[in-house]
Write a protein that binds this ligand. Structure first.
Ligand code: SR1
Ligand code: MG
Length: 422
């Protein structure tokens, strides 16, 4: 009998117990076959928080993701609520509705066991791995630009009926401990000597510069205030290159357990930071193709924002059915709303730039660094590349309002890429 059918208390699955525990789940059996003795189960979770199993059977393959009651990266000294699986499930079904095809298909959710059974994406691999290997993904910019625009717009009161949106703000506001990780690891810990911080030796002078910059820290805290209190839209909340799976021609977004309502610029800002960290780390990973690959990464950034802007403008024209910026105030009075839209896009861009800078800091200074830099064994080289990233992050936080557009952002990246600071 399955755990769910037996109504048993939560128990973490293992390779040995999964077959017995999950037999009887119709949607899983439909995908992989009904006889669990024929299932081949592997645990492949390499993230910071959860168990992830690949279940392969005679009919096909599925993924089982289960939350652990603690942070996997740290151990049971850092407990973490199982309810994050509930929020992840609700985020996934909303993302699937708002941007069809952008996320894995969900087959089954078991709240008590904090587990989600979902589509096995193949031959997809984690995007971060592809970027480290210097592989390109066709259509990446367009796909992620569309995802960010559609989820931002359709999860907000530009589009949603206010009662539904407010109910969702209420629903997701129960996800407390997970955003709290972001509030400390992303926005706070990099800027003081927090217990779980670590950094590459040699970065001490730049760390002193960042921590000595009260104006910059105040701007980060202002952004944290926005992140914690602005409920513009439903965010993915952790949109880095480890939350995207890709082939040569396709990308899908996974892992929205950090979902919360927040500012529209958050997801695209975090994503941009991860492209920039891929960019700055490339000299350690590439040979003759270095410049061409770095330029491709910058094209992905400009392309993502172009797709975001174009899709946001289309949705503004065709789906502005919420209480915000109603046609009654603009088009119905013979006035275009283009300026209002562009001003909003400008605000989103500025938030994205500041978030981008903050994310560039946290991945080198607090807990949970990026493989892009971490896998560089030559410590002096790693420090020399990370410092470019950290300096540009500071510039973005301090000057978010003056960066004209994605082309200017890319010029800035090229300039820091040529700097030898250490
Ligand atoms: C303790 S969790 C550390 C990080 O892993 C997740 O993917 C989030 O990025 C979080 O900040
Ligand atoms: Mg994750």
């Amino acid at each position: 009998m399955s755990a769910e059918a037996a109504g048993t208390e939560y128990g973490a699955l293992s390779v040995e117990t999964l077959g017995e525990r999950l037999s009887g789940i119709d949607r899983l059996e439909e995908r992989v076959g009904a006889d669990p003795s024929l299932w081949k189960v592997r645990e492949v979770g390499d993230g910071n928080l959860n168990l992830v199993f690949i279940v392969e059977g005679p009919k096909g393959t599925a993924i089982v993701k289960q939350a652990l009651p603690y942070v996997r990266l740290v151990g049971d000294s850092w407990p973490l609520p199982l309810y994050r699986a509930f929020y992840e499930y609700h985020a996934l079904i909303r993302q699937a509705e708002r941007d069809p095809g952008s996320v894995p298909e969900i087959y089954h959710f078991d709240e008590a066991q904090a587990l989600i059974v979902m589509e096995f994406l193949s031959p997809h691999v984690i995007l971060r791995r592809k970027l480290i290997l210097g592989e390109q993904v066709g259509g990446l910019a367009e796909r992620l630009g569309l995802f960010c625009a559609r989820t931002a717009f359709r999860g907000s009161e530009l589009s949603m009926e206010s009662g539904r949106k407010k109910a969702d703000v209420g629903l997701f506001s129960g996800n407390v401990e997970i955003p709290a990780i972001t509030e400390s690891l992303v926005f706070t810990d990099p800027y003081f000597d927090a217990e779980m911080n670590s950094h590459t030796p040699g970065l001490e002078p730049i760390i002193a510069t960042l921590r000595g910059d009260a104006r910059m820290k105040a701007r980060v805290q202002r952004m944290l205030m926005t992140f914690a209190s602005n409920t513009e839209t439903m965010l993915h909340g952790d949109l880095h290159s480890g939350s995207i799976m890709a082939t040569e021609t396709e990308a899908k977004v996974i892992d929205p357990e950090f979902v919360q309502y927040g500012p529209m610029g958050f997801d695209i800002g975090m994503l941009t930071a991860n492209y920039l960290m891929a960019y700055f780390s490339q000299p350690a990973h590439r040979g003759a193709d270095l410049e061409a690959y770095q330029e491709w990464l910058l094209e992905v950034i400009t392309g993502t924002f172009a797709a975001f802007k174009a899709e946001f403008a289309r949705l503004w024209r065709e789906e502005r059915t919420g209480m915000l910026y109603p046609a009654a105030l603009f088009e119905d009075q013979g006035q275009p709303s283009d300026e209002a839209r562009d001003e909003l896009l400008r605000n989103i861009w500025q938030d994205a730039m500041a978030i981008c800078g903050i994310e560039m800091h946290r991945r080198c200074l607090s807990l949970a660094h990026n493989a892009d830099f971490e896998e560089i064994e030559d410590v002096a080289m790693r420090a020399s590349l990370e410092v470019r990233n950290l300096m540009m992050g500071r510039d973005l936080i301090l000057n978010a309002e003056t960066i004209a557009d994605p082309a200017a952002l890319c010029d800035m990246a090229r300039a820091y890429n040529g700097k030898d600071v250490l």
